[in-house]
Design a protein. Sequence first.
Length: 270
Amino acid sequence: MPRSQSYNTYSNLQRPELRKRVDDLLIKFEQDFYAKMQGAKGMLDVNAFSMELYKRHNVETILRIALKRAVDPLIANYWATRDPQLCKEWGLYGAEEGRHDRMFAGDLHKVGMSDADIYGTKPTFATEILNGYFYYTLATEGPLASMISGFYLEYIASKTQPDWLNAMEPHVGADKTKGARAHLALDEDDDHTDMVWNMIMRVIKTPEEEEKLVEHLIKINALFVSYFVEVYTATVLRQQAADQADASAIAQAAPAAAVTTNLETVASLV
């Protein structure tokens, strides 16, 4: 597996006291997700696997990366005259992250999905809003929200994806999660979570900016929870409703079939 080319140049975690506060918040987000969201615990349950959810979740990951690929150069450009070092760092990071959609696409190809199937899927409303939020904040206050989203994803993926993949692999096979595993390994190898945090800390200077960081994290988390609700509803809940409708139709058809059979029997005796 090739090493990342984003070149993490940081040797120490910046602002560890603020990071502790943020870590505590993100842990709370994760706990609330599993405790309160319908279907969330199923992502950890090998017996609750849904192939449609597996596909749609990966499709949305790919679409989200593809959409962010257009945003990251704008972040680098913003810093070009304000902080050339940060411009270079984010440019390298964004260029690396922007091609990771192909890792997930490789997994989906193995379960019968083509690129046309994947990239022709309409993003969830939550993903559309998330990207709208990036452009809005870029226009009104700068790229901080977009950068924080990168940190949020790196952190949450490192905490949730290994367990999710462990629950999926018995059903799809390890060869069909190879891309997702490679993505996690690359991010870990290059220490992307702390690297992105350190880049953001070049921007966060005042107590007001610290509060803005927390505000963006809360909003971004809400959109990712909304994304899961959309995907879970469109796959697992829709399939459950279809199965119930089929069962109801069978139950309703059974008496009619019995009557028909009885009439045929009577007719044969006459």
